[in-house]
Design a binder for this molecule. Sequence first.
Ligand code: AHR
Length: 501
Amino acid sequence: MAQLDKAKMIVDKDFRIADIDERIYGSFIEHLGRAVYGGIYEPDHPSANENGFRMDVIELVKQLNVPIVRYPGGNMVSAYNWEDGVGPKEERPRRLELAWRTIENNHVGTNEFAQWTKEANSEVMMAVNLGTRGIDAARNLLEYCNHPEGTYYSDLRIKHGYREPHKIKTWCLGNEMDGPWQIGHKTADEYGRLAVETAKAMRLVDPSIELVSCGSSGIQMPTFPEWEAKTLDHTYEYVDFVSLHQYYGNQDNDSANYLAKTMDMDHFIKTVISTCDYIQAKKRSKKKIHLSFDEWNVWYHSKDHDTKLDPWTIAPPQLEDHYNFEDALLVGSMLITLLKHADRVKMACMAQLVNVIAPIMAEQGGSWKQTIFYPYMHASAFGRGVSLQPVVSSPLHDTKDYTDVPYLDSAVVYNEEKEEVTIFALNRHLSESLPLTADVRSFADYSLVEHMVLENDDLKAVNSLNEEKVKPHGNGSAELKDGIIEAQLSKASWNVIRLAK
Ligand code: AHR
């Protein structure tokens, strides 16, 4: 086969998409499987601190530098009574958790999670139950969390040992309420009415909060994008964000098609933006709604296994996808897609963080990094600043579901404060390296710092506690001369090319 045509890129510090909101590097902890119990919280584990939090897990969360973590669900929140999870632990009820058909002992609740996020250098994105409950439970929870003192719920928090309010800024108005699997599933009009009235009450309790209106639980939903249009028609003036959720998988074992799935994610984002702007026009509003892509990841490896689990156990091993190398490539491409839309996507949560479809796994013997940990860590570390719009040309290919897929997928971030530039680049070609020329003359005094590469001959290679087969190295081929970078991007590889002054 002839060598692939060159990919070319012109990077200029004045071609700006937008400032990146660091909250696009958020994540998610749901009361599901071993995310909480046996994940972030395991009082009997040797690495647990006095609060029962596993410090080996916190250490890895800190490496990811996760600015915000969505909680407590997910599907679980749609039947959750937040009151079950506060107060003396011995008095907390054991409940049937209906979304995942487990037993919830409520040993961790709002206060413990707020404490955990502090210890993990993060903050809470709180979801309220708009499935089985509504305005009253939401406003009471907000009063409990954010009101300083002198009212029933704020004083209850103080009585429970939390003198200072948690000051939670970001609140999700329910979860995936378009999904028929949701406890308390609603039509768009039913949800829109409930969400706007809940939003109004919550803003009266604390006008400083930001609110997320539920969007579709995936682009494949038959009600998409009518759901967004109808619900935003109700909520538009009272919310700041609309949510997007999307998971991908390589069920057909067609890796070229799998790595092209971010074409679909890009289309999803663009359609939601258009729908928001249509409602803006309809309402003659000055306000722009931002996007909170608050569930995204690969999820498919564990699905068969999970159908065989017995119901009504505590913290069973649900949704424990064991990620391979090609999953890490797709995750890199999903991060690139978020960066390309930094002007409208202002929050995003990799779903989830520990054990459950997660970059971090916690076992008795220790915690370890899944393959997808690395692109997430790179983007979170070097993807802060301004998202630039490179002018890119790349050879193209077609896959089963997508046409004109560029072999090169890329995003560029300029950190003005640190005087650093980072090119994130994926070569989607499965068997050929891709030559890249990047014109960075606009960054005249900059030099090459490093070219990190995540590559592996085996697309199906996985990591484990004992063996890390998939991890980045710093021996990429990039060279910088007279403002031009020349690099060979290895077949099927994730690349991070860093420049600094
Ligand atoms: O993240 C796992 C589940 O996926 C969440 O509970 C739900 O919101 C989504 O369907």
